[in-house]
Ligand binder design. Sequence first.
Ligand code: SF4
Ligand code: MG
Length: 322
Amino acid sequence: DTPILSVQNIKKYFPIKGGVLKRTVGHIKAVDDISLSIKKGETLGIVGESGSGKSTLGRVILKLLQATEGDIHYNGTNITTMKRNHFRPYRRNMQMVFQDPFGSLNSKMSVAELVEEPLLVQTTLSKKERQVKAVEFIEKVGLRAEDRLKYPHEFSGGQRQRISIARALITNPEFVVCDEPVSALDISIQAQVLNLMKDLQEELGLTYLFISHDLSVVKHISDRIAVMYLGKIVEVAPTTKLFQEPVHPYTQALLSSIPTINKEKTDNPAVKLTGDIPSPANPPSGCAFRTRCPFAHDRCEKETPQLAEVGADHEVSCHLHH
Ligand code: SF4
Ligand code: MG
């Protein structure tokens, strides 16, 4: 089975300019050698602290940012260096739901205009066809047809996120990157929007890459979860396995920090995270997690651990396990 999406050794480095001549004096290694693949219909969750590079990874995969190195395949086709007009039919199929329902919607456009806009830009449908489809998707995300004449400020955060979802889905994409789609919402609203996204996934046959800093949110929606730290994936496993048998010390620490999750049966040892995440401009040598890892030893400073299998469908990068 060809995965719907796969990336091989993807890197995204941002140059740091310094001095009067604005020379490149270093690089922020936002995404640093990541390989992964996503099966059609599945949800792969990406979890990590802010600054771990997850949003950059999502943008690179959608070609909203050009990768520094590595390859991106969509349904087996290498799209990494595809030019804009050649890429256009892929863009329709690869959409993004953004983090901020307040900032990402143009306040001067009505709901109907907002939801219709991607069709105007990315398809050749007539005005009438676009309007019919817009109403269909406004209702699909749980708003009322009459709401189409209103403006974003007349809605709550959860309703605005529904408008963003309608915009992302109206071109009938196959693959959607969801970047913290519920992080700006009240806890009570989060589950409603997540459940809507799950229902739409089933109805429309969507594949999700779901990015969040919140493990309990990612758990709710993902089939598999990849844990990111300083631009790298440190562990990837099916959701149940990751929660019951976390192997990487960083995953163990993340899980220990969510008390409610540990109510379920797990062998998860209590690992406490100390200190802040180091700057991606100057990551520690060897294992980037070693400055916060209670199990760090000599080898961790000298040698960068590689992601390798520890069980079926379960990969970890840590010297303790290889
Ligand atoms: Fe900790 Fe070393 Fe494993 Fe990194 S490689 S997570 S520092 S034990
Ligand atoms: Mg982000």
